[in-house]
Design a protein around this ligand. Structure first.
Ligand SMILES: [Zn+2]
Length: 269
């Protein structure tokens, strides 16, 4: 039975900070409604290469999106492509690099910031291009898309945690508090979404280091959380999904035919 899916990619959220600071998500885990998994990002631990990894299942080495400067359309089949080709409705509230990877390159704000085009892989989009665009506004953009267009697949991509990390570093109150804030903000929506039957994944592309950047293999820049919420998940903490399997897991939840790597341990059915 296909489900609707919301994938939340909190940019730059390190595993330990999510584990220690995201009390609402941890509360859902304690209640047996969610599970938390630790996974290693693919490499390099950079944003644009890992957006591509999460949304297509291809590592940066495989996709050729090897750094943040590779500003071209993806050559991979993303979950947006798979869903559109199956007649499902896709939507995203996300940083403009997502529009560049799957809809149109280069991103032209006057054309692309608000997108409604059934021919594009992301049919309905609200894209932003300032790293300090408030997460609270971004979540409102996403909820507007959900209410207005009833998407089968909704991708939500807030940037303030990564932005705080680049300004203040991994071991800083500002970085930790940015994670606590998005946990609080998400709490407003998660109950509603789960009540409506959405399956929700909350994860990150990469973490952050004390040099106020990321890209390498330090645990704090590579280890990221994956919270799985909803009744289609087994909620077995021992399951060990890979970042390259997220695309396949989402495609399975949506009921799509695909050739992506997935992880059967995490899914109940
Ligand atoms: Zn970053």
């Amino acid at each position: 039975m296909p489900s609707k899916v919301i994938l939340v990619l909190i940019d730059g959220l390190a595993w330990q900070v999510a584990h220690d600071g995201m009390g609402y998500l941890q509360g859902l885990c304690e209640a047996g409604r969610a599970s938390l998994h630790c996974l290693d990002s693919a490499l390099p631990s950079l944003s644009r290469p890992l957006y591509e990894c999460i949304l297509t299942g291809a590592t940066p080495v495989e996709s050729g999106i090897v750094n943040n400067g590779v500003a071209r359309l993806s050559t991979q089949q993303s979950v947006f492509h798979l869903a559109r080709d199956a007649g499902l409705v896709t939507a995203a509230a996300a940083y403009h690099w997502i529009s560049e990877l799957y809809n149109r390159t280069p991103y032209l704000a006057v054309r692309d910031r608000f997108t409604d085009d059934a021919s594009l892989p992301i049919r309905h989009g609200v894209f932003y291009h300032d790293d300090s665009y408030p997460d609270e506004h971004l979540l409102l953009d996403a909820e507007m898309l959900r209410r207005r267009h009833d998407p089968d697949f909704l991708f939500i991509h807030p940037m303030n945690v990564d932005d705080a990390g680049h300004r203040h570093g991994y071991d800083s109150p500002q970085y930790r508090n940015a994670a606590r804030r998005i946990d609080t903000q998400l709490a407003t929506y998660l109950d509603v979404w789960m009540e409506l039957g959405y399956q929700v994944i909350v994860t990150s592309d990469h973490g952050m280091n004390n040099d106020k950047t990321h890209g390498g293999v330090l645990p704090e820049e590579r280890q990221v959380p994956l919270f799985a919420l909803g009744d289609r998940f087994r909620h077995d903490g021992a399951a060990a999904p890979l970042q390259t399997q997220i695309c396949g897991i989402v495609a399975d939840l949506l009921g799509l035919r695909h050739g992506k790597a997935n992880n059967r341990e995490i899914l109940a059915c």
